[in-house]
Design a protein around this ligand. Structure first.
Ligand code: CTP
Length: 247
């Protein structure tokens, strides 16, 4: 279907939240949605580092750790799966900036070092931003900023096996450490904090990127939201006696 062009200003970014278990395929789902939408001004904002995807922002909203906490993390004894580990204040501040069309400096995080790096990544307000992370639907202030709330569902065994492969290949971890962390923190906290986010989701997507119908529906919904926002913007410009420039 022929899509209309969307107009500046870059304010009122549509923000889509994608939550779900570690290893449930949130990032792949976000990428599939983007591909389906075929829009240029779309950004994925991951709540943890995503070294393997060049088109997603490599960032993190984990709180910086003390030297003792870093040592515990290296022993797989630090709980990264509690909402307390996330700096929601910074996340909310950055999302508000993006929503208002302001430039946002996003912290960059090292998985090997378990800490924030000195550099930041800049986001210039896109049309659509997909926020993905285990706690993307946890904080009420974040929920209030979202245009669409998605929960990505996957079988627990699949999540664990994906996580082991990924953590060993890409995050500098070993097998024993991964399994220890999974059963000490990831799994119990999934039931305690992650799974309840299903209740605030607009859409629950089973089978991730295999679920072409869900991806289609989500992309369509986002296009409709953009159409509405674009029409409102044009009407406002007309009211002010100005003309909207297509991109
Ligand atoms: N984590 C970690 N070490 C850190 C920071 C976070 O091991 N220094 C882990 C947490 O245990 C948490 C996970 O990172 O469970 C969150 O990232 P996740 O959502 O798992 O990313 P993906 O699994 O890549 O998500 P998906 O597969 O759904 O795309």
């Amino acid at each position: 279907m022929e899509r209309s062009h969307y107009s500046p200003p870059w304010a009122n970014t549509s923000i889509i939240g994608v939550a779900g278990s570690s290893g449930s395929g949130k990032t792949s789902l976000a990428l599939a949605i983007i591909k389906q939408m075929s829009l240029p001004w779309v950004v994925i904002l991951s709540m943890v580092l995503r070294p393997r995807y060049t088109n997603s922002i490599q960032d993190s909203f984990y709180r910086p750790l003390t030297p003792d906490q870093i040592a515990a993390a290296h022993r797989n004894e630090y709980d990264f799966d509690s909402p307390d580990a996330i700096d929601f204040d910074v996340l909310v501040e950055k999302l508000r900036d993006i929503k208002e069309g302001k430039k946002a400096e996003i912290p960059v995080y090292s998985f090997e070092k378990h800490s924030r790096l000195d550099k930041t990544t800049t986001i210039y307000s896109p049309h659509v931003l997909i926020l993905e992370g285990i706690f993307a639907l946890h904080d009420q202030r974040v929920l209030d900023l979202l245009d669409l709330r998605i929960f990505c569902e996957a079988d627990g065994d699949l999540c664990l096996s994906r996580r082991i492969v990924r953590d060993i290949r890409e995050r500098g971890r070993d097998m024993e450490g991964c399994i220890k962390q999974w059963f000490t923190f990831v799994k119990p906290n999934f039931h305690k904090f992650v799974e309840p986010q299903r209740n605030v989701a607009d859409i629950i997507v089973p089978r991730g990127i295999e679920n072409k119908i869900a991806i289609d529906m989500v992309a369509d919904r986002i296009h409709k939201t953009l159409d509405t926002k674009s029409e409102e913007h044009r009407a406002e410009l007309k009211r002010l006696g100005k003309e909207a420039k297509d991109l």
